[in-house]
Design a protein around this ligand. Sequence first.
Ligand SMILES: Nc1ncnc2c1ncn2[C@@H]1O[C@H](COP(=O)(O)OP(=O)(O)OP(=O)(O)O)[C@@H](O)[C@H]1O
Ligand SMILES: [Mg+2]
Length: 329
Amino acid sequence: MRADIIRQLIQAHADGDDAGFRKAALQLAAAESAAGHTRIADDLRRQVATLSSGRSRGSVVDIAQPRGELADILEGGHRDERLRDIVLSDSAESELTRVIKENRARASLERHGIQPRRKLLFHGAPGCGKTLAATVLAGEMGLPLLTVRLASLFSRFLGATANHLRSIFSEMSRRPGVYLFDEFDSIAQARGDSNDVGELRRVATAFLQLMDTDGSPSLIVAATNHPELLDRAVFRRFDVVVPFEAPSEAQIAQLVRLRLEPHGIDQGAADAARLGLGLSYADAARACDDAIRSMVLDGRDKLAEEDLVAAFQAARRRGDEQGQFHGRS
Ligand SMILES: Nc1ncnc2c1ncn2[C@@H]1O[C@H](COP(=O)(O)OP(=O)(O)OP(=O)(O)O)[C@@H](O)[C@H]1O
Ligand SMILES: [Mg+2]
């Protein structure tokens, strides 16, 4: 693969094709990342960044964004999120850290005839960090995050869904990345559903077969709110299963500090965390943003404890109202 990229580089240089040259250089960086050579990959990307600002005013081509037939089904790009940007349980953190290490050591592992673990299933309630964790994996590995749009996979190409799934899996070898299958239950659930013997069932079976044969350098992340809909045959295909749970008080306090420290919050995180218990991380993050809004509208440049407490009280009321709306007590 690398020889191909180098040929592209030389050709682009010969043609005076700046965009093509940057694209090939970024591809080379992605290949180095996938091989676990993250430092070389970072250096290459830095070099490309100076190239594009210095030499040309043309738009920067993001090689992560798929084109052609897959453009409608896969969307993606390079990500900057890192482990420091996410609050995780101890066990989730050590799992993810380990997966990152294994994938960075891919070349050495393969010399011993084994692969890093790279097929991950994330499950848990909405707003608890599944998508963010996939983003962090991409950021840490220096790989693009490519999200599979299941809705377009199913609706636009009904009848050809299994073929498109195959194209996505071939893309994983050609274009190393973190491939995120969000709302994964919509693929996998169909297998056990005796009412549907057609398209969906074929897709589910195809997915399992593709998972079995896939040996690409990409990471596969499937995320779902409904692990109970997945049968054991599906679970078995994944190397790592990570549950994402609603935050504890301590974890909300950690999130508040993470998001609000730059705005000078030193007090109030603990009070907010107590008020926030029962919220998801996403709700708590939104409350933090609301607190910043109040600060700005009041013409202050430092958060007050009241901003935070009021925002969390409002978030809690919203949560209660939604609970009533959905018939929960
Ligand atoms: N564990 C976390 N640490 C820090 N921020 C978080 C965490 N979980 C969620 N957030 C915040 O909430 C937003 C939404 O979270 P995310 O999209 O990762 O949730 P999800 O688990 O994928 O939810 P869904 O099941 O609805 O897809 C994130 O972009 C981030 O701002
Ligand atoms: Mg999500």
